[in-house]
Write a protein that binds this ligand. Structure first.
Ligand code: FAD
Length: 353
């Protein structure tokens, strides 16, 4: 058996950020992933957006998580020689008068809100600005598939990656000093499950309740539009370069396993037509599931009865923003026993036994 300090199951945003944090602490890490297409991280647009929703809600702990995310992704860029984070900002266009009122009130009353917004600067002719909007200069976009790919290559270089489909119920032998996966010939002091929505099948953590949503995204070609900022108006439109954009996203609580639908496509196209002048061509259509847990904040920590097993999930629709800070916190907890923030502590928020 090859021994590791931590074995991570799942190489999405959660598993990848955690692996980097543990490797940086000098740990012997193995990441196991079944390399499936269409996972949440592989589909995600990677948007990091400070203010979202009709109520113009500031994302939970945005300044703290944003700073951790930017520092983290920039450090991975430097190590891997790749451009991962596109910090081009975002534009929010008004949909109705109520939004302008909420905006004016919050900007006047809340310094934290005011610090995240700026006046709208001109948009290209292909965009119908309508009554206007505001800018979010700190908004950014992570190229998530590239981040996962360059990280995987780096883990492989350090013999810290293995492609396999692990059955949590049948493959794991939990012993007092760790966990063996004999089929793969590996033993870890701790196994950390970073499985995203697949964790609903994990019987070790039955106490975690999911509130997941399915989202559909289109990839569209708009040759007449040269805009790097992400545009939000009911939907978002994020540039991939070369006249291609991602357009998203729908959100449904039912039929989680359904793939792309005609209804989803039509809804996205209609919303885009409300602010885009000229035509566009659909070149891709995907659907995936956001791993949202009850309580909505991420969930981290060791199993209450079997501390050899740990958990990192619930990144919801904000994986790119929250994963680096959460991974740093979990790594400090696993390695040094640093207490977890109660807001994300699995033991305080779930009925895992
Ligand atoms: C349509 C859509 C749009 C989104 N847009 C954004 C966005 O703009 N910005 C943003 O921040 N977030 C966005 N998200 C959410 C974001 O993608 C998630 O927060 C994030 O991907 C969750 O990462 P994860 O690592 O927890 O899960 P996943 O990405 O699902 O990763 C889990 C990994 O574990 C592997 N795995 C699972 N079980 C096993 C097993 N038994 N053995 C081996 N491997 C296993 C899976 O194959 C997968 O690779 C979006 C999600 C969707 C669906």
């Amino acid at each position: 058996m090859t021994e590791f300090d931590e074995i991570i199951i799942g190489q999405g945003l959660a598993g990848t950020t955690l692996a980097w944090q543990l490797l940086d602490r000098g740990r012997r890490v193995l990441v196991i992933d079944r390399a499936e297409a269409g996972t949440s991280s592989r589909l995600a647009a990677g948007l990091i957006t400070p203010i979202t929703g009709q109520r113009l809600t500031v994302s939970w702990r945005f300044p703290e998580f944003h700073s951790a995310a930017v520092n983290f992704y920039r450090s991975i860029e430097a190590r891997t020689g790749s451009r991962l984070l596109h910090a081009d900002g975002a534009v929010r266009l008004w949909q109705n008068e109520r939004e302008t009122e909420v905006f004016a009130r919050r900007r006047a009353d809340e310094a934290g809100f005011a610090a995240l917004v700026a006046e709208l600067s001109p948009l290209p002719d292909a965009i119908s600005t309508g009554p206007g909007g505001f800018e979010m200069p700190s908004a950014a976009r992570l190229n998530v598939p590239l981040f996962l790919n360059v990280s995987r290559a780096e883990f492989q270089r350090h013999c810290a990656y293995c492609e396999a489909d692990v059955d949590p119920a049948d493959d794991l032998v939990v012993e007092p000093n760790g966990v063996g996966i004999s089929r793969l010939g590996v033993f870890g002091q701790t196994v950390v499950f970073c499985q995203g929505i697949a964790a609903t099948e994990n019987s070790w953590f039955r106490g975690v309740e999911f509130d997941a949503t399915r989202g559909e995204i289109l990839t569209v070609a708009i040759p007449q539009l040269t805009e790097r900022r992400t545009l939000h108006r009911g939907v978002w439109l994020a540039s991939l370069g070369d006249g291609r954009f991602r357009l998203g996203a729908t959100s449904r609580w039912d039929q989680l396993n359904e793939g792309p639908t005609e209804g989803g496509r039509d809804w996205l196209c209609t919303r885009l037509s409300e602010f885009l002048r000229g035509g566009f061509e659909i070149v891709g259509h995907d659907a995936g599931v956001r791993p949202i847990v009850k309580g909505r904040h991420p969930l981290l920590g060791r199993h209450p009865a079997l501390p050899q097993l740990a958990y990192f999930n619930g990144l919801g629709s904000k994986g790119s923003l929250q994963a680096p800070a959460m991974a740093a916190q979990l790594a400090a907890h696993l390695v040094d026993g640093t207490p977890l923030d109660p807001a994300v502590d699995l033991n305080l928020r779930t009925g895992c036994r």
